[in-house]
Design a protein around this ligand. Structure first.
Ligand SMILES: [Cu+2]
Length: 126
């Protein structure tokens, strides 16, 4: 009963948020939630990154992203880089070009306004 209630509230939370997918990653005291309101496709994908530092929204940071896939048999290495634009409340928007299906490594490079640098790692699958 309680479990059902939790599942229902999780469903409502994701519906209210409108994200088609969402995942999180962290390094030291920085946490990133990576999400999109659209399913990943081959081509350009809008991606939203929400950054928190010690549970507070991390604003005024420089944020860059890199999606890459190492060379595979019959497929050269692929890479897509971009800057993310601050939206306030720790939210940064960018788009990521994914030229093929499969699993892409996804790194987020954060430079805080104090000049501290962090790299957060996750992956994107389509
Ligand atoms: Cu590949």
């Amino acid at each position: 009963m309680k479990f059902k209630l939790i599942l229902t509230s999780m469903l409502f939370a994701s519906l209210a948020f409108g994200a088609a997918w969402e995942q999180s990653t962290s390094v030291q005291n920085i946490k990133a939630v990576v999400s999109s309101d659209k399913a990943l496709i081959v081509g350009s994908n809008p991606v939203m990154i929400t950054l928190n530092q010690q549970n507070m929204p991390l604003d005024n940071a420089g944020v860059e992203v890199k999606a890459f896939m190492p060379a595979m048999p019959g497929m050269p290495a692929m890479e897509s880089k971009g800057k993310a634009v601050a939206q306030g409340h720790g939210v940064y928007k960018t788009s990521v070009n994914l030229d093929t299906g499969g699993t892409w490594q996804f790194h987020i490079f954060v430079t805080t306004k104090e000049g501290k640098k962090y790299r957060l790692k996750t992956s994107l699958s389509l």
